[in-house]
Design a protein around this ligand. Structure first.
Ligand code: SF4
Ligand code: SF4
Length: 173
């Protein structure tokens, strides 16, 4: 009888305990500020074109060769219509997220702050039935930056390495 009472008390205590699991995907745990999902390209709001010049630096540095970059002459270059200082611009860009290992090397080698690691749930929740659907093209890679749906630390709108360092210092203080 005493044993039954003890087990009932234990059952009741567990019943009242706060759940240790989360109701995913209804509830999204806040992700750390510097979380890394997959790389995405950044959009220059000032002149409405990508920051990416198609220079191939990231493509050459990618250890798993999952990037393909094609550049073209920029039709908005200042010599032509005066709006952009970029002589060359990205024409086509593919990243195979099924092969990407999220190493961040492409971000580190980019001289134009044109690419960043996604730090949102949208960057993680990309389950598909066909691996081919994980090959992202230029519009897909730019879409989150164009709609402003990326978190603040991602270097947007030409933020320089110096201002990034200041931001880092503020965060670490
Ligand atoms: S994060 Fe690494 S593996 Fe992924 S595209 Fe960039 S360089 Fe390649
Ligand atoms: S993302 Fe950066 S490194 Fe890669 S092609 Fe564009 S400008 Fe070059």
């Amino acid at each position: 009888m005493r044993g039954i009472a003890k087990s009932m008390a234990r059952t009741f205590a567990v019943f009242l305990r706060k759940p240790v699991t989360r109701d995913y995907p209804t509830y999204h745990k806040p992700i750390p500020e510097r979380d890394r999902a997959f790389p995405l390209l950044l959009w220059d709001e000032d002149i409405h074109e990508p920051f990416c010049t198609g220079c191939h630096a990231c493509e050459r540095a990618c250890p798993v060769e999952c990037m393909t970059v094609l550049m073209k002459d920029n039709p908005n270059h200042k010599n032509l219509d005066g709006t952009s200082s970029r002589r060359k611009i990205i024409d086509k860009f593919w990243i195979d997220y099924a092969r990407c290992m999220r190493c961040n090397i492409c971000v580190e080698v980019c001289n134009f702050d044109a690419i960043a690691m996604n730090n949102t749930w949208e960057g993680h929740e990309i389950s598909v039935y066909d691996r081919q659907d994980l090959v992202m093209d230029l519009p897909q890679l730019l879409s989150q930056s164009r709609t402003g749906n990326i978190n603040e630390w991602v270097p947007v709108l030409g933020q320089t390495n110096e201002t990034m360092s200041e931001t880092d210092a503020e965060v670490s203080n």
